[in-house]
Design a protein around this ligand. Structure first.
Ligand code: MTE
Length: 323
């Protein structure tokens, strides 16, 4: 088994428990022996965005909420992926309690007229948090429905005046070994990083979330600031953001670096493009705990059900090639 095979991680729900545990043991062993040295790799640019299509405001707003039953607070805050605090679903809700979320600054830079490191309150000043009830679909095959609180990322980015060279946006998570025990395991090339094309970043559905269920974000959900892109797999939603950089070329993204054949840059939810190791045709809504954790499977929808709002951004793109 190659190193990369050994490190292909987020599959507890799709992978046999014994295999999953064995993989964690392998990661721990490799970390202890210092045998891992994952690094970023150069990538070709993804195709440019097609000219912006006109979006009907009423259709856009229709994407801001859903009448589907909401996942409980209990499930959304105890069944998490936040590898900086461990790879078990229940690890972050325990281990992230010590994450200090105040004071918090975000460095905004790159191709913009007004770069700077700015305190969270100043970053969001004057922007009223909005509630958005979004479907939240993990690449592993589980999903939730969550009422987030947040502000459109585009409204924040405009304040920094992106230049015409800003073709992509790169996001970086805090990586503080003193606070994040999971950083001791090289599950990913830390810090956790993600990216969007600029039109995706400016899209009205894309949210910088500060809360959920009308309350501030708990640490395990990515406090104090995380990204939500509801038509993409959940791993695009980088947590505890410390840097946002406007860049000209395709940015480094953690899961794509770790397993490029499994996690594409776009990672749009797509029932027609299977993960190499499991089907993406259906998903299980998280409901309850213990043996009742998963409800019945439901069909997965193209762009997670947001095709009307976002489909035009990918017109002409081969979604199998650019997955
Ligand atoms: N952000 C960081 N920094 N570290 C992570 O491990 N996991 C991602 C994403 N953001 C992750 C992250 C994955 S795989 C998913 S599915 C979502 O966060 C999970 O968000 P939730 O725990 O709030 O449901």
């Amino acid at each position: 088994m190659s190193l990369r095979d050994a490190l292909r991680i987020p599959a507890r729900d799709v992978t046999d428990e014994a295999v999953y545990r064995d993989r964690r043991r392998i990661v721990a062993g490799l970390a202890a022996s210092g045998a891992l040295g994952l690094s970023g790799c150069a990538k070709a640019d993804a195709p440019a965005a097609p000219p912006a299509a006109k979006i009907d405001p009423a259709r856009m707003r229709a994407g801001f909420t859903t009448a589907e039953p909401r996942t409980t607070w209990q499930d959304a805050t105890t069944y998490n992926n936040f590898y900086e605090f461990g790879t078990g679903k229940g690890d972050p809700s325990k281990a992230a309690r010590t994450l200090r979320t105040r004071p918090w600054t975000v460095a905004v830079g790159g191709h913009c007229a007004k770069p700077g490191r700015i305190g969270l309150d100043d970053l969001l000043q004057g922007l009223t948090p909005q509630e958005r009830v979004y479907r939240h679909r993990c690449v592993e095959g589980w999903s939730m429905v969550i009422p987030w609180l947040g502000v459109p990322l585009g409204d924040v980015l405009k304040r920094f005046k992106p230049t015409s060279k800003a073709k992509y946006v790169a996001f970086t998570t805090l990586a503080d070994r003193a606070q994040m025990p999971g950083l001791g395991y090289p599950a990913l090339d830390w810090p956790y990083r993600e990216g969007l094309r600029i039109d995706e970043a400016m899209h009205p559905l894309t949210l910088l979330a500060t809360g959920l269920y009308g309350k501030p974000l708990p640490q395990q959900n990515g406090a104090p600031l995380r990204l939500i892109v509801p038509w993409k797999y959940g791993f695009k939603g980088v947590k505890s953001i410390v840097a946002i950089t406007l860049v000209e070329h395709l940015p480094f993204t953690s899961w794509n670096d770790q397993a490029p054949d499994e996690y594409g840059f776009f990672s749009n939810v797509n029932p027609n493009v299977d993960h190499p190791r499991w089907s993406q045709k259906t998903e299980r809504r998280i409901a309850g705990t213990g043996s009742k954790l998963f409800a019945d499977r439901i069909p997965t929808r193209l762009f997670n059900g947001y095709a009307e709002q976002v489909g035009s951004m990918y017109a002409g793109l081969d979604l199998r090639k650019w997955f």
